[in-house]
Design a protein around this ligand. Structure first.
Ligand code: SF4
Length: 233
């Protein structure tokens, strides 16, 4: 999330006509897969935008994030529903603002939760989805400003594959592993990015890729492989 140093411009001041360069699609999506799989920081040019810190979001914090947990008053945290003991959520105030946002900047930026470090609103245009919750108007507005570039055929193919994956996940949630079906637009966008390679086929002779409609079993297998043996039921 983007409430780092240099914050200041309010999303509400932004015009939707103000396009923001999102980078070449292939480079971005491969980097985003790495972020999803490793939990490393995402590199988002937020430029002072705090939409994700002011949009009534519950911030999940893992038990191993001890440094982060030590910076947040206990009374602001509560157990995360349906997750094992130790997983907690950081809520928001009556304005929908994260309580750690002070003077439009994250007061624990260097120690912010992993959820914030990996958050990326480019996932929405990448997957052809809108952050459509009423509370997420600012995020949706910011997300619509991103403009990817597609200098190669591969950029286009990957973009089409991510969108195809997002549609598939919406239409075939019953075929996904137990507990694997996304329940929010954000989860669907992230999962589509993570598994989109299954929707691409490379011709060995020409080395060209095409977007394909995969066997649902192949998608399920890829999800299980990505998420580990706990989902192999
Ligand atoms: S902890 Fe709160 S203020 Fe800091 S980046 Fe996360 S959501 Fe924003």
């Amino acid at each position: 999330m983007g409430a780092g140093e240099g914050g200041g411009s309010e999303v509400g001041d932004m015009s939707e006509a103000d396009d923001v360069a999102a980078g070449d699609f292939s480079s971005w999506v491969v980097g985003m897969q790495e972020t999803i799989r490793s939990g490393h920081d995402s590199d988002v040019p937020c430029d002072g935008c705090t939409a994700c810190c002011t949009s009534s979001q519950f911030i999940h914090i893992d038990p191993d994030e001890t440094d982060t947990l030590s910076r947040i008053p206990e009374e602001l945290l509560f157990p995360a529903p349906r997750l094992p003991r130790g997983h907690v959520l950081l809520g928001y105030d009556e304005r929908g603002h994260c309580p750690m946002l002070v003077d439009n900047q994250c007061s624990i930026y260097e120690h912010r939760p992993r959820t914030c470090r990996t958050y990326e609103c480019r996932i929405f245009p990448a997957a052809g989805l809108d952050a459509d919750d009423d509370d997420k108007v600012l995020i949706a507005r910011q997300a619509r400003r991103w403009r990817f570039t597609f200098p190669t055929r591969s950029d286009r193919d990957r973009h089409d594959a991510v969108r195809a994956a997002a549609t598939f996940l919406d239409e075939h949630s019953d075929l996904l592993p137990d507990g694997g079906a996304p329940t929010t637009v954000t989860q669907r966008a992230l999962l589509a990015i993570d598994v989109h390679d299954v929707f691409l086929r490379r011709d060995e002779e020409t080395d060209r890729t095409t977007v394909v409609d995969p066997d649902p079993v192949a998608v399920r297998v890829e999800m299980v492989r990505r998420r580990g043996p706990r989902d192999a039921t």
